[in-house]
Design a protein around this ligand. Sequence first.
Ligand code: BGC
Length: 747
Amino acid sequence: MKIRALILIIGTWLVTGCTATFTENPDPVEQKINSLLSEMTLDEKIGQMQQVNDGFFGDEEATKQAIRDGKVGSFLNTTGADRVAEYQRIALEESKHGIPLLFGRDVIHGYRTIFPIPLGMASSWEPELAEKAMRISAIEASSMGINWTFAPMMDVTWDPRWGRIAESCGEDPLLTSEFAAAMVKGFQGDLGDPTAVAACAKHFVGYGMSEAGRDYNTTYIPEMLLRNVHLRPFKAAVDAGALTFMSAFNDLNGVPTSGNEFTLKQILRNEWNYKGMVVSDWGSIEEMINHGFAADKKQAAEIAAKAGVDMEMATTCYTDNLKTLIEEGAITEDMIDTYVGNILRVKFKLGLFDKPYDNHVSTDTILAPSHLAVSREAARKSMVLLKNDNNTLPISKNIHSLAVIGPLADAARDQLGTWIFDGQGEDSTTPKQAFGEILGSKMNYVSGLEYSRDKSTKGFAEAIAAAKRSDAILFFAGEESILSGEANARGIIDLPGVQSELITELRKTGKPLILVVMAGRPLGIGAEMEMADAVLYAWHPGTMAGPAVADLIFGDYSPSGKLPVTFVKGAGQIPFYYYRKNTGRPATEDDVTYIDDIPRNSKQLSLGFKSMHIDYGITPLLPFGYGLSYTEFKYENLKLSSNEMTTDGSITISADIKNIGNFETEEIVQLYVHDKVGSITRPIKELKGFEKINLKPGDVKNVSFELKAEDLQFFNGDDFVIEPGDFEVWIGPNSDEGLKGAFKLKE
Ligand code: BGC
């Protein structure tokens, strides 16, 4: 008894001691922020809220003076390690308050060592790999003084017309969330370290739904869809500690996202309690004038400030107007203090006040062999084998002769993909180089087409001749990097130029035809897939595209990637995503009457009354989650730990996966769920888990997933709910196949 009493007393003392200490000594960072704010003039505070592009203030001397005068909180696109260090030195040593600068840059999928485009990275279904790649990107970028990247982009999209699908992780909110969190961690690393680079969760929010895939276009997203899909990766980024957010360009349900109090204030700040900083996208505050939401820059500044945008990128609505808006009582200096506090907090958390400005890691790190090795691994794991008839692949290195043809076979810059400000074509190893090194004179290389949009057939004859004197044809098809990325939307998503015509001619040679497709989006490649014996979808793989493709083509490794986005048959089928609803009239394949089979003069209502296209039918070209390998896996023994779950409980769902082929490789095992009846209609399938396993021939692994009732939660328009009822569940190799079970969620 006595001992227990003593413990209680000590316990009370500890608690009260701690509480007292806490109230007397609030977080030292917050104290420093408050102390700085109390010393700063309003102009200096507004200066912190301005981010400018390199060269904004004019020449070098004018720029340095602007830093001394506290007119700027951040630069973007200022390059050169020495120059950045000098600006930082001036900010720390010669400006009145010694506040360091943020140097922002779009380091999206690599700095100089370029990794696959994010859509490719997502095809690896290995978030840890993305974390590793973004850590390397941060190490390289920070060696040049960059301390803030505008990445990761986590806009969920269903639209391959949208050029920025390349920068996305595809169509699924869970997969995107896992990658978003991993990339945030990769960029930021250990915040005290000189290699830490602040991440930016962008573009908040709904930008991936730009109508018709036309960039910057209007979006309408009901709150149910917003919360159940589009907001989820951003919440994951908050939980992963993302230091910054970027408000987007799009008009969301009538309110531009850079002036949207519902998303920026209610959701981000009030519901998620986010303490980081929000930067507008480039000019997105001023663009509220074009949106027809603000009459002029002053009103745009007022709207963005009231919504809670802390820093303005590139334009000067804030700098020109915030002071007047305060004088007129439209906004208050307290609001400004909050916003500047958010900015200073990022600078403190990054350790910029303490970090010596010239203590960058060595620039020798750029393109380090270990970085290139990870780039090669990531490229290899991002490629998806779409077709492999009669085991056309892998091919032997002892092949007598191989024709290497196509506009992307030796496109050093294009293989890097979009958003590679610092990536350079000369750093790349192209497929032509890699295959040439392995095969020597056994490679018959002919480009056939000079670039992806080439419409000239003048190279056809030489390409066909090379094919005829080879044992097999490796054709590198696709899109140049400029055809995807920001602003580069396409209405037609087929292979550009006359690539399809050349593939048709090559088919006629009767030689085994292997297509490797490098692109920034899922292209409509149904016709070309039909003609080919094997198809490897490589996305834009980055610096090490050549060696990575060779690794797979020659079977040093098996392809293991799976699609993070549905492949449609053509643009007219968009949107087509796997978690679509069932409709009141779902069709089966038997219901479809295809356009050419409709008898002439058919009666208007003779085709059945089902939800389908009479040309595309009811299936996409390839489902989400799809991807082949050089082996075959058998899924068996689906087991549920119980066929009932309580609303605060969980069950375990497992299956045995067996490698029944002859090749060791990885398999991405996927868990899907269908909530059969809900207070709002529910998707036909939702991804709830995935695991990547490695299996040797003959190996069996038991893969089990814990499914919690909270994983079944959704927003029904009023609230987040977990609704009792019947569920179907699948463990499978993609969203279309799998072992099926069922369980009941009970009150
Ligand atoms: C893009 C952002 C990018 C910013 C800065 C904008 O046009 O939408 O994603 O980070 O420019 O370069």
